[in-house]
Write a protein that binds this ligand. Structure first.
Ligand SMILES: [Mg+2]
Length: 197
């Protein structure tokens, strides 16, 4: 239901009340609004289903579309203050880090954070190795049994790698967001590409 239909419905409820004072116009309006809410919910469910289908199709084709988020979902996340930006991730990552390191990020040396980062990058490679075992039919006793499992593991370990890269940069006193933009744009410029961050 769009806003025009809602207004029509409210007008209809008003007319109903005028023609039959025993009817409660508020109840009519609430029923129509509930109908609208249900339709929005159905649309959201459809978006979720489509997201899932697109994700599966992408994996089948080997195209990276995961995690795919519709524009509506992004808007909803933004409205709920959950939209993921680099700055938000970094701030919350630093906050959570204090749960393991009460003395702050300085508790570990740059080398310590570097090793943690490299360890996660190694876990990405390990997940890729398991994917290759699955694809080539090599004996596989890992808990990762399917390509979907392997892709999920790759995604999980990539996330760990990014989170540790952020902590390593913080320990170095580096603004990683600045360097990502700078490096990306520098390479685009070098190759004559129009993309800029
Ligand atoms: Mg990990």
């Amino acid at each position: 239901m769009n806003s025009g239909q809602l207004i029509d419905a409210l007008n209809q409820a008003d007319q109903d009340w005028n023609s039959n004072p025993d009817r409660n116009p508020t109840q009519n309006a609430v029923a129509w609004i509930q109908g609208m809410v249900d339709e929005v919910q159905q649309a959201q469910d459809m978006c979720t289903d489509l997201t899932d289908i697109i994700g599966r199709l992408g994996r089948t084709l080997g195209v990276d579309v995961e995690p795919h988020q519709t524009h509506t979902e992004r808007l909803m996340d933004a409205a709920k203050g959950r939209l993921l930006t680099f700055a938000r991730m970094s701030a919350i990552n630093a906050e959570r880090c204090l749960r393991w390191h009460e003395g702050g990020i300085e508790e570990w040396s740059i080398s310590d954070w570097g090793v943690a980062f490299a360890g996660e990058a190694g876990e990405v490679c390990d997940a890729i190795k398991k994917l290759m075992r699955i694809r080539t039919g090599v004996e596989n006793k890992s808990a990762i049994k399917t390509e979907d499992d392997a892709m999920a593991a790759i995604g999980t370990e990539l996330a760990d790698t990014i989170l540790y890269a952020d902590l390593l940069a913080r320990r170095c006193g580096i603004n990683l967001e600045h360097y990502i933009k700078h490096k990306f744009n520098e390479v685009s410029k070098k190759y004559g590409f129009p993309e800029r961050l």
